[in-house]
Design a protein. Structure first.
Length: 54
C-alpha cells in the first residue's frame, strides 16, 4: 500500500514560495512534489492515491 504524506516544506523551500510538499513511494520511485498551498498538496496526494490504488 502506498502512503502519501503532506507536510510543510523546509525553510529554504518556503523562502522560494513553496510551503507544502507531498512525499510518498510509488514502487521504486520516491515522490517529492512541492506545492504552494496546503489544499493543493492534499488534492495532489489524493490524486496520486487514486491513481496507484491496489
Amino acid at each position: 500500500m502506498t502512503v502519501y504524506h503532506v507536510s510543510p516544506s523546509g525553510d529554504r523551500a518556503a523562502a522560494a514560495g513553496v510551503k507544502w510538499q507531498v512525499e510518498g513511494r510509488e514502487g521504486r520511485r520516491l515522490l517529492q512534489e512541492p506545492h504552494r498551498t496546503q489544499k493543493d498538496a492534499i488534492d495532489a496526494a489524493r490524486r496520486h492515491a487514486r491513481e496507484h490504488e491496489p
